[in-house]
Design a protein around this ligand. Structure first.
Ligand code: GUN
Length: 283
């Protein structure tokens, strides 16, 4: 079997067009959805991600504020800036790009963002809301994965096994919670899981979010599975690749996301959608 591709780029474009329509409706009522994006330091990958987020906002008819600070910025200064943005009624979403320099406590910074403006969904209030099934802002990458599964007809995973490889607060853990909400039986694994290949081979839905180039090989894929690759790894030749060995996995999987052009574009579309949600709910 050769897997069908889940075209994240095309699906994200469709979702961004829907966001643009909703943004236009809000603008017509005098509200301009606005996202503040803060970048500390000059990490090249973060600079690219931030640039893409800002461009996407503008294309969707939303306003963005882009603030860049040197890596020596003190944590107290960053916290003060976030407090000011929390108070600013013209700002609906606040995103602090991660990773932060080592002297800044990332979770303390995240907790400083008002949960109503936490468009990343990383604040403990939003993480808790996801855990107990209450409304809230959901993390963008896992939410993008959910939208992809819905798109291929896997919106209800009752009777199916989902395996998430990776346990980060920004992808692995919230992804597992969202899959539970879709009625899947869920396993969270990681690079140190014994018999990882055997665990992955049980997955009807496999989400790879480990950050290691091509570590998910053909021996880890159940025939017919939906494989979502969250990894973005840069190879020595400069090319991007995912956590999944794409060429090997596509011979077995039923569905697979490419890298680039899979989950990445969906993350940005969900960020826009979250910003709009925040704007609608703050009004
Ligand atoms: N760095 C890598 N992914 C993300 C993300 O989804 N949000 C933020 N704020 N930083 C990131």
């Amino acid at each position: 079997m050769t897997a069908r591709l889940i075209d994240g780029k095309a699906l994200a474009a469709q979702m961004r067009a829907e966001v643009a329509e909703r943004a236009a409706a809000l603008r017509a009522t005098g509200r301009l959805p606005t996202l503040a994006v803060i970048l500390v330091g000059a990490d090249p990958a973060s600079q690219v991600y931030v640039r893409n987020k800002i461009a996407a906002c503008e294309q969707a008819g939303m306003r963005s504020l882009h603030e860049t600070y040197g890596a020596e910025l003190r944590e107290a200064e960053l916290l003060a800036r976030i407090h000011a943005l929390n108070q600013d009624d013209s700002v609906h979403g606040i995103l602090v790009q991660l990773p932060l320099p080592a002297h800044i406590h990332a979770q303390r910074v995240i907790e400083a963002i008002s949960p109503r403006k936490d468009v990343d969904g990383f604040h403990v209030a939003n993480a808790g809301a996801l855990m107990v099934g209450r409304p809230g802002l959901r993390p963008c990458t896992p939410l993008g994965c959910v939208r992809m599964l819905e798109h291929i007809g896997l919106g209800d995973l009752r009777g199916r096994h989902a395996v998430v490889v990776g346990r980060s607060n920004i992808v692995g853990k919230p992804m597992a919670m969202l899959l539970l909400g879709m009625n899947a039986t869920v396993t969270i694994a990681h690079s140190g899981t014994p018999d990882l290949a055997e665990t992955c081979r049980r997955a009807d839905v496999l989400v790879a979010a480990v950050g290691r180039a091509r570590m998910i090989g053909a021996d880890m894929i159940k025939p017919g599975a939906a494989v979502l690759d969250v990894g973005i790894n840069r190879l020595e030749d400069g090319k991007l690749c995912g956590d999944v060995d794409f060429e090997a996995a596509r011979e077995l999987a039923g569905w697979i996301t490419p890298v680039p052009g899979g989950v990445g574009p969906m993350t940005i579309a969900m960020l826009l959608s979250n910003t709009l949600q925040a704007c609608e709910q703050l009004a």
